[in-house]
Design a binder for this molecule. Structure first.
Ligand code: GMT
Length: 374
């Protein structure tokens, strides 16, 4: 198969959130492998380090024409993608989420005409789990999936759910997320001192705090732990923690919880932690869980969505069983050697399955297959 470097347009959300983080990491890896990568988004993705050879960023400005009562994103995105596809002769668009990115790619492709880039769409979850249930969006998502040249899902669980939701005839390939740990800039002891955790057992939670993350269950799990006085929950929040302040007081957890906001340098906190706690009611994959495991920290979580595919089944509990989750945390606090051993097992597992070297070539192979079938 031809192996010339490719010109790839990536459309993603720029926010702290797994899909944007994955798309950004993928773009960087592809550029490092010699491809030219063009990002499209309304802001520079949080972990996109520019300048890097082979990486380009095209900002999309929301259209706020006085003729229309509300701003529009999909049209300006499609136009920008079409312009760059023409001027740079892009081979393909790799879009993260059907709405709005694959739809914009479909429109861009129609604008460009016969030399249009191929479209690879990666599903991260909400196209299927949320918008797929909404009649206002469902048809649009189906259209985008049918008109993509290839569709991938980040877990087997999401693939199954997508096939059931949309009854698609087309194949969906599972290509899981990957992660490359960075070396922390500060030492573990320094970070722990800064967080005021001293010799406490540091339990990390990283998320955007959306309702699906069930922060109520996260706090209640800590409140149930027998060893609550010996641990600290550190929440790295991608959004405001304000809605959960009353529950913090109700559960008398002020002393047990530290919250920090919007940081892209997660590695030093991952290194400083002793374990991870995730209480989502659904995760198509759970990129934060993968990141936690990559730093050798044991993860306590519920057995939902794609999480068992990431960390295996052993340390997972039925959704909502905070008694079991709290008992698991207690055991880790009481037996720190066990915590380290479980963390190490988890690290070996994820390194084998979810390193960039394992996963990125699968995307490259898919791109080449898709182009070959033109
Ligand atoms: O839920 C989030 O944290 C954000 C969301 C996103 O769009 O970034 O995450 C989704 O995509 C990630 C990357 O594939 C997955 O790791 C998350 O599990 C998925 N979130 C949900 O399924 C709720």
């Amino acid at each position: 198969m031809e192996s010339r470097p490719l010109k790839i347009g990536i459309a993603c959300f720029p926010l702290i959130g797994g899909s944007g983080i994955l798309a950004t990491a993928l773009g960087s890896e592809l550029a490092r492998r010699g491809h030219e990568v063009y990002f499209f988004s309304y802001a520079q993705p949080v972990r996109l380090d520019l300048p890097q050879e082979g990486l380009h960023f095209h900002r999309v400005v929301f259209a706020n024409n006085a003729l229309f009562p509300c701003p529009d994103y999909t049209l300006p995105l499609a136009v920008k993608m079409a312009e760059v596809a023409r001027s740079q002769r892009l081979d393909l668009f790799h879009v993260h989420y059907a709405v709005p990115h694959a739809l914009a790619a479909c429109l861009a492709s129609q604008i460009v005409g016969s030399s249009a880039p191929r479209i690879v769409t990666t599903l991260h979850g909400s196209d299927t789990t949320l918008l797929g249930q909404d009649p206002d969006y469902r048809t649009a998502i189906e259209h985008a999936l049918v008109h993509s040249d290839a569709v991938t899902a980040v877990s087997e669980s999401l693939r199954t759910q997508t096939q059931e939701t949309f009854r698609l005839k087309r194949p969906i390939e599972v290509i899981p997320n990957f992660f490359t740990p960075n070396k922390p800039k500060r030492r573990r002891e320094e970070v722990r001192r800064d967080l005021g955790v001293a010799d406490k057992f540091l339990v990390l939670h990283m998320s955007n705090l959306r309702p699906v993350k069930r922060i109520d269950l996260l706090l209640r799990t800590i409140a149930m732990a027998k060893n609550r006085a010996r641990l600290k929950l550190f929440i790295l929040a991608g959004d405001s923690f304000k809605p959960y302040e009353p529950l913090l007081d109700e559960l008398k957890l002020r002393e047990s919880v530290v919250v920090r906001h919007n940081t892209s340098a997660v590695e030093e906190y991952l290194e400083a932690a002793d374990a991870g706690l995730y209480t989502s009611e659904y995760e198509s994959f759970g990129l934060s869980i993968l990141e936690t495991a990559f730093y050798g920290k044991p993860v306590v979580a519920f057995r939902v969505g794609g999480i068992p595919e990431v960390v295996g089944d052993a340390s997972l509990y039925p959704f909502g069983d905070i008694t079991a989750a709290a008992a698991a945390l207690d055991a880790l606090v009481e037996f720190p050697d066990l915590a380290r051993e479980l963390g190490e097992q988890s690290r070996v597992r994820v390194m084998e399955r979810f390193s960039a070297d394992r996963v990125v070539p699968r995307y490259e192979a898919l791109y080449r297959r898709t182009l070959a079938s033109r």
